[in-house]
Design a protein. Structure first.
Length: 322
C-alpha cells in the first residue's frame, strides 16, 4: 500500500508571462524561504519567450516546484488555474517580476497562526525596473491584528488590496475567481476575500519587493482598459459603505473621480465619449449618489482625503496610529 503524500502547508502561485529577465530571481527568492513546507506552482500562461523552459528547469531542480503550461489567457486565468491545482492549507501569490524576503512566508504564517487570523499582510518595498529603490516608499501597516471591520476601514491601503502581499487561509478563497479579461484583478476580489475573514494579522516589516514598470497597467499607455479601475474601485467603495466606513468610502469616491478624469484626459480624443467611458461615468455617478445618501460628504472626510492625497504617509500616521 503506497503512503499518501502529505499536503504542503502553503501553496505559492506565480503566474508567468514574458518575464524571463526577472523570473529566476523570483523563483530563487521563494525556494530560499526559511519556511520550507510549501509547493511552488508556476503557471506558464503561454509565454512566448524562454519562461516555459525556466519553469521546467526549476521543477527539475526542486521537487516542491510544479509547472502548469496553458494557453495565454491573462493573469487572472493563470491565478485561477493555480488555485484549482493548489493543495496547501494556506495560499500565497507572488508576481513573477517581484521577489520576497527569505523570511516572508515564515513570518506571515506565524503571524496568522499566533493570532488566529485568516489573512496575514505585510508592507512592501517599491523598486524601479532595474531593482533600485523608488523615491516613493510607504509604510501604512504596523504590527497589529485588525478585525474584519477595521480591515475594511483600511481597505484602500495598498498591501491590503494586493493579493501578493497577503497570505490567505485556504477557506477565505473559497469561491473566489479572479475576473477574466479585467485589469486590477486584485481590487475586484479584495472585498469578498476580506469579508470571508474575521481577522487580519499585519506585519510592519517590508517583506515583499514590488517592481514598477513604465509599461505596466499602472504606468503604461492609457487605454479603455484602464477604466476597469473605476469598476474595481467601486467594489471597494460599496464594501466600505456596507460596513459603515463613510470616511473610507468618501476617500474612495474622490480617488475614483481623479482616476476617471486622468484616464479621459489621456485617452485618444475619439474615445473620450465612447460607450465604455459612459459606463465608467455612470458608475462614478452611482458612487457619488451613494456616498451622499449615506452622509459621507463631510468637511472632516474632505480634509482627511486631501491630506491622504497630499502626503499619504503622514495620513497613515495620523489616521491609524494610536
Amino acid at each position: 500500500m503506497t503512503e499518501q503524500k502529505k499536503s504542503p502547508e502553503i501553496s505559492i502561485i506565480v503566474p508567468v508571462y514574458k518575464v524571463e529577465k526577472y523570473l529566476n530571481e523570483c523563483i530563487d527568492s521563494i525556494l530560499a524561504q526559511t519556511f520550507t513546507d510549501f509547493e511552488l506552482i508556476l503557471v506558464d500562461d503561454g509565454s512566448p519567450d524562454n519562461c516555459p523552459a525556466l519553469c521546467d528547469a526549476a521543477a527539475e531542480k526542486d521537487s516542491r516546484v510544479r509547472v502548469i503550461h496553458k494557453q495565454n489567457g491573462g493573469v487572472s486565468t493563470a491565478r485561477n488555474a493555480g488555485l484549482a491545482a493548489a493543495q496547501g492549507n494556506w495560499i500565497g501569490f507572488v508576481d513573477p517580476d517581484d521577489f520576497v524576503d527569505k523570511t516572508y512566508y515564515e513570518k506571515m504564517l506565524r503571524a496568522a497562526k499566533q493570532t488566529g487570523a485568516e489573512l496575514a499582510v505585510c508592507n512592501e518595498v517599491f523598486m524601479e525596473e532595474d531593482g533600485s529603490l523608488c523615491d516613493y516608499q510607504e509604510q501604512p501597516l504596523r504590527t497589529e491584528v485588525l478585525s474584519r471591520e477595521e480591515a475594511i476601514h483600511r481597505i484602500r491601503l495598498t498591501p491590503l488590496i494586493q493579493a501578493a502581499t497577503r497570505l490567505h487561509r485556504r477557506d477565505v478563497l473559497e469561491g473566489i475567481v479572479f475576473p477574466v479579461g479585467k485589469n486590477y484583478e486584485d481590487a475586484f476580489t479584495t472585498p469578498e476575500i476580506i469579508e470571508h475573514a474575521t481577522a487580519v494579522a499585519c506585519i510592519k516589516e517590508k517583506l515583499y519587493h514590488y517592481r514598477l514598470h513604465p509599461a505596466s497597467i499602472m504606468h503604461g499607455k492609457v487605454t479603455l482598459k484602464n477604466l476597469d479601475e473605476i469598476d474595481a474601485n467601486y467594489g471597494l467603495l460599496a464594501c466600505a459603505l456596507k460596513y459603515g466606513k463613510k470616511d473610507t468610502a468618501f476617500l474612495q469616491y474622490v480617488l475614483m473621480k481623479r482616476m476617471l478624469r486622468n484616464t479621459k484626459k489621456n485617452l485618444p480624443p475619439k474615445q473620450r465619449n465612447s460607450e465604455r467611458v459612459q459606463q465608467a461615468e455612470a458608475c462614478l455617478k452611482k458612487a457619488g449618489r451613494e456616498v451622499r445618501q449615506q452622509g459621507a460628504c463631510t468637511l472632516r472626510n474632505a480634509a482627511e482625503t486631501a491630506l491622504c492625497i497630499a502626503n499619504p504617509q503622514f495620513y497613515f500616521n495620523f489616521k491609524y496610529r494610536k
